[in-house]
Design a protein around this ligand. Sequence first.
Ligand SMILES: CC(C)(COP(=O)(O)OP(=O)(O)OC[C@H]1O[C@@H](n2cnc3c(N)ncnc32)[C@H](O)[C@@H]1OP(=O)(O)O)[C@@H](O)C(=O)NCCC(=O)NCCS
Length: 387
Amino acid sequence: MDIRDLTADDLDAVLDIRKRAFGPISSGNADIWRQMVGPLLSEGRYIGVLDGPRLVATSRINAYTQWWHGRPLSMGGVAGVTVAPEDRGRGIGRTIMRATIERAAELGHVASALYPATTPLYRGMGWEHAGGLNKITLPTEALRTLAAGDARAAGVKLRRMGPDDAPELMATMARVYALTRASGPLCYDERTWRLWLADDDDFCYIADDGFVIYRWSGRDIEVDGCVAGSEATTRALWSLVGTASSVAKSVTAVIEPNDPVLWLLRERSNEEIRQTRWMFRLIDLPAAVARRGFPSGVSLDTVVHVEDPQRPANSGSWRLEVSSGSGTATAGSGDGPTFTVGGLSALFAGVPTATLRRTGLVTGGSAEDDEALDSAFHCTPYMIDYF
Ligand SMILES: CC(C)(COP(=O)(O)OP(=O)(O)OC[C@H]1O[C@@H](n2cnc3c(N)ncnc32)[C@H](O)[C@@H]1OP(=O)(O)O)[C@@H](O)C(=O)NCCC(=O)NCCS
């Protein structure tokens, strides 16, 4: 079996294995898929396992920026993981994931995330459950009235977006995610945004400190993302969606776990939030710690021991220090808790040590270590984009 970069000549075989893995794809969607993945090929972002001339497995690494406590880092979003049906159950899934980790590191990603269709494959390779994509259904009429009587919301200038607005959208996201000290949300590269913003079935509006992207879904509305940096813009964007209330009775929206809209709604009692989980893995431990934001009031100086069989550069003893909102991981020594790489990845993503201890992902160390680590890494990570 060979592992190599896929090329344009492989795309028919990739589409075939993809259909066998995820089901049929319409010819329109296959065209969009070709446009999306075409440029990734020459960047070494689509790899395959081949048995002679036959493609038996694939994996793709999308280039994303992901915010952690308001600071951006380079994240490889893994997607399109497939093994041909007749080759499954023989370790090829693990083989392609091992190669994916190496490639993500070569591409300069300090971390990786993925939406798992099944957990054991990825857990065995160091990814661990970290955050969620949260979807809620809200009455459209309740959104319509959110800006009523609010002069500031009435003054928010909303502008329609097209492909040329991609850079402004990306800059707005960066500002709002820094301002809100967001953990988890990602931003595509400009090329991908240009493709999405060209879809005329999507209604995309931008303000100085926010944006909304929504579309029809039957007779109802689906919001892909509504992100705002202030109360006035939160009211203005959600009430824009709410203007559909004469036709659409409900809006299904991807939201932050503590989305301000939930506090602006006049009524809130029982609510159902559907969550799609994503998993996270550190690729370059010291670089990821150096780029993550931390609460500015927290200080940490703790040694942790890390076991990462797939990426030995992460293994060993690390002194984690945090002060004034920034962190470092340097070679350390001394007593401290021992984490699997999945455990440390989950801690990085805010999973409490109390959970990690009771799942065996961390052992040893003291209660003081746990408390200090929890206060530094605490966050409730989310994404609003599925990939
Ligand atoms: C999921 C998939 C990639 C696994 O490939 P594979 O070559 O069979 O995987 P491996 O033989 O390397 O197995 C690796 C681990 O995953 C587990 N695994 C494999 N398929 C699984 C499944 N369908 N459900 C649960 N666990 C599974 C194996 O048991 C093994 O775990 P273990 O070592 O703890 O026993 C393959 O079944 C596939 O292409 N499925 C359809 C598409 C898909 O779901 N892709 C993942 C999208 S996120």
